[in-house]
Design a protein around this ligand. Structure first.
Ligand code: SDX
Length: 428
């Protein structure tokens, strides 16, 4: 069947634009030649209607609440795989066999330490530095310690920088936390799992042995899987556009960490807990807060609700909500915050304001309840999100480099002053 075409009529001109169809029947008008043929550019603030690339990595159906990584439903990956297995899938395009996973795990385990001089960097940071600032700064600084793996076009250098990033981000995040509480940095313990090692780096001290709680280990591993990729979200698009200048991978990932930090994006998980705590501390009812979140006169939003793509349930939110109940029960914890979250969800899902705007719980709505229950400090929620999203950022960056690609450089419509003459300063 011949490829579909779209017609654009502009003035006397009628042009045909190719329509491309993806493997899941998504369709896009290819406007690559629009300006050359018509002199027109498109305008789409926030890119709500604009695709930046074709990708084989993650598929989201926002209407159906579907999320697949490399064709595998998120529910199946969450149930049957571990985070490093999913990381291998995202980066390599297929699930590893046992030998491949063992080799990948071994390599990651042997890159978890950071250069001893790195500790000096942390010492220079204020105690109350947000760990996301530390993570983006230290990831960018990896380029200074590893000048041997900066060329984005050299497969060997790319592979070593990928393994270094996957291995070292948990160490860097944990050190940012330890610095903020004035505790000594722990060295990685490579006999532990990826998550077990991270938990030990976060919560162990040299004063006593640390035993990894398997319930906590599994909960964090699940959360990392659920955060691992999400097509062209704000931080991933940042990694791609920064990477399109052919800067090294460390710099592109550092930019992604900064984008993720924002409260509208990955920073929302921390904002959700702050919201739940405020409701509890102020003795607000769920209805009172929901009314605030709806009011244009109030800047409050129901954090953890709404999504650019999901206009139905975020499938990750469903999995995390179930895991929250499971983890709290197994840890024997009663969470007032979870009770408030459930009440807010029930109220919002029946409220016309949220229904009309297709606002549902997203990945951030319940994740903070789990992080809080396992002792993760609130300013470490988003660094946890970054550790989870890292393999997705890497996979998307790799995919961009696998194809011929232009440097990312959007157009604009200029609406400012037309040409003016410079007058002498004494005449202004
Ligand atoms: C993540 O893109 C991704 O895939 C992101 C992510 C990933 O995995 O990478 O899924 C992770 O970032 C999840 C989102 C986390 N952010 C939050 O939970 C913050 C709260 N949510 C919103 O700020 C908002 O919903 C966004 C930013 C998530 C989406 O914004 P959009 O699509 O640009 O929608 P919008 O801001 O234009 O809102 C549309 C309407 C507006 O009302 P009207 O102007 O039409 O009257 O919905 C309202 C908004 O005021 N609205 C909300 C709301 N979210 C949107 N009203 C109250 N509470 C909310 N949470």
């Amino acid at each position: 069947m011949p490829p579909e075409k779209a017609e654009l009529r502009y003035g006397e001109q009628v042009i045909e634009l190719p329509v491309i169809e993806g493997s899941q029947s998504e369709r896009a008008v290819d406007i690559s030649n629009l300006r050359a043929e018509t002199g027109l550019v498109t305008l789409d603030p926030g890119y709500a209607n604009t695709g930046s690339c074709e990708s084989n990595i993650t598929f989201i159906d926002g209407e159906q609440g579907i999320l697949h990584y490399r064709g595998y439903p998120i529910e199946a990956l969450a149930e049957h795989c571990g985070f490093l297995e999913v990381s291998y899938l995202l980066v390599n395009g297929r699930l590893p066999n046992r030998a491949e996973l063992d080799e990948f795990t071994h390599s990651i385990r042997n890159h978890t330490m950071i250069h001893e001089d790195f500790r000096l960097f942390f010492r220079a940071l204020p105690k109350d530095a947000h760990p996301m600032a530390a993570c983006s700064a230290m990831v960018s600084a990896l380029a200074t310690f590893y000048p041997d793996s900066l060329d984005p076009r050299d497969p060997t250098e790319v592979e070593i920088s990928i393994h270094r990033l996957l291995a070292k981000l948990p160490t860097i995040a944990a050190y940012a936390y330890k610095h903020s509480i004035g505790q000594p940095f722990m060295y990685p313990e490579n006999s532990l799992s990826y998550v077990g090692n991270f938990l030990r780096l976060m919560f162990a001290t040299p004063c006593e042995d640390f035993v990894v709680d398997p319930v906590v280990e599994k909960a964090v591993d699940l959360l990392l899987i659920l955060h691992a990729d999400h097509e062209q979200n704000c931080s991933t698009s940042t990694v791609r556009i920064v990477g399109s200048s052919h800067v090294n991978l460390f710099a592109a990932i550092s930019a992604g960490i900064n984008a993720l930090w924002g409260p509208r994006h990955g920073g929302a998980n921390q904002e959700v807990i702050a919201m739940l705590r405020a409701i509890a501390d102020e003795g607000l009812t769920g209805r009172e807060f929901v009314e605030r979140a709806k009011s244009r006169d109030d800047t409050s939003r129901l954090m953890g609700f709404g999504h650019r793509v999901y206009k139905n349930f975020d499938p990750r939110a469903k999995i995390i909500k179930k895991a929250a109940f499971d983890v709290l029960e197994r840890l024997g914890i009663h969470s007032r915050l979870l009770e408030i979250a459930v009440e807010l969800e029930e109220l919002a899902l029946k409220d016309d304001y949220f229904i009309k705007r297709n606002l549902y719980p997203n990945v951030d709505f319940y994740s903070g309840v789990i992080y809080t229950a396992i002792g993760t400090p609130e300013n470490m929620f988003t660094p946890n999100f970054a550790i989870g999203r890292l393999p997705g950022w890497i996979a998307q960056w790799l995919e961009m480099h696998e194809h011929r690609h232009k440097i990312g450089r959007p157009r604009q419509i200029y609406t400012g002053a037309t040409q003016r003459a410079v007058t002498k300063i004494d005449e202004r």
